[in-house]
Design a protein around this ligand. Structure first.
Ligand code: SF4
Length: 135
């Protein structure tokens, strides 16, 4: 039996609480609060305490889905990104950049949210960018 403790950051919201993943024989079995991080000082909310439970869920999405004829199909990242890029380009050409909007996520890092607004403003050409923490 091999037990490991892996320090990391909770993925559930933007607070960024420190957690310690409990791994037993290569399987994630629990989460403990990080005690020295000033963000959470040894505490977690209920989402943090249960943040390991989704990892092995059967219904968890592990690959992108593309809808064809009204039905979702699992696909690779390359096809999914090509599909999204092609559709955004078509919408921009037909209806203008302000026809496109994006909602970023509190589950992303600050850096990922920064890149999302950069994509919308610099590449797409619109200020239509918001964040779910404001909803
Ligand atoms: S433990 Fe709770 S408050 Fe802290 S990051 Fe996770 S979800 Fe957010």
């Amino acid at each position: 039996m091999y037990y490991e403790c892996i320090p990391t950051t909770c993925t559930y919201c933007g607070c960024g609480c420190s957690v310690v993943l409990q791994v037993l024989d290569g399987h994630l079995v629990g989460v403990l609060p990080g005690k020295t991080n000033p963000v959470n000082e040894g505490s977690l909310c209920i989402k943090g305490w249960t943040s390991h439970e989704f990892v092995y869920r059967e219904k968890r999405l592990k690959n992108p889905l593309v809808k064809k004829d009204g039905v979702f199909f699992e696909t690779g990242w390359e096809e999914a990104l090509d599909t999204v890029a092609g559709k955004l380009k078509k919408i921009k050409e037909e209806s203008g950049a302000d026809s496109i909007a994006a909602l970023a996520s509190a589950k992303c890092t600050n850096e990922e949210n920064y890149l999302m607004q950069k994509l919308m403003r610099a590449a797409i050409g619109t200020n239509n960018i918001d964040h779910c923490a404001r909803l």
